[in-house]
Design a protein around this ligand. Sequence first.
Ligand SMILES: [Zn+2]
Length: 286
Amino acid sequence: MPELPEVEVVRRGLERWVAHRTVADAEVLHPRAVRRHIAGPDDFAHRLKGHRVGTPSRRGKYLWLPLEDTDQAVLAHLGMSGQLLVQPHETPAEKHLRVRVRFTDALGTELRFVDQRTFGGLSLHETTPDGLPDVIAHIARDPLDPLFDDEAFHLAMRRKRTTVKRALLDQSLISGVGNIYADEALWRARLHYERPTATLTRPRTTELLGHVRDVMNAALAVGGTSFDSLYVNVNGESGYFDRSLDAYGREGLPCRRCATPMRRRPWMNRSSYFCPKCQRPPRITP
Ligand SMILES: [Zn+2]
């Protein structure tokens, strides 16, 4: 599942290769890929035709292409295996090519949505006055957003009376932090994932957010993390940040700070990786 840094890498690729180009036609090769567009594949293709793509935008893990001079945007759901590729026209169709978008210019490339498992897809939505697709208007800003409010996050998180990892994954408080980066940031902050948010002081929250941003920026700097060979960014290159993870996926390996073997615990149908010495469990279970 791509996380914020991977999605931002894709967004940057789209900004470079797709922004400000006008759609000549869109071809849906598998109706499942546009199933979230209720009016169907033909309507989807028809509505894209003739429109110029604006600057690709992102909030958390959500990525969309605004259509200029309309109140609509194409929202991309990458799901587990979705890829947005910019390919020369002559490149043979990928085995799992689902949607193809051609442009009116002579640049010789097209946008392709490829998805082996078809959990992802593209859909067209009305946009809010802020330019967000209406279906994601309730999603909180992400920590890399310059308008993210640290103080408001701290207060809202404490008010929720939840635990710290649940708070980090709560899209109404903060978006774009997935399981991997939550474990990484908690390890850096020496916080156990079950720590009640009510016990976090302002400086502790500030420190945690700093680690969340550091982890994400480090991943961005190397082009995103890849745990799934299916994940490829817009230029067809996979990330390699996974080699520098400190917590996620390191069960039984020595903590990089204190050498204690790292642990893994089942957590909300996923796993939490932590150092039992650096990240002490809370004394009172919430
Ligand atoms: Zn440790």
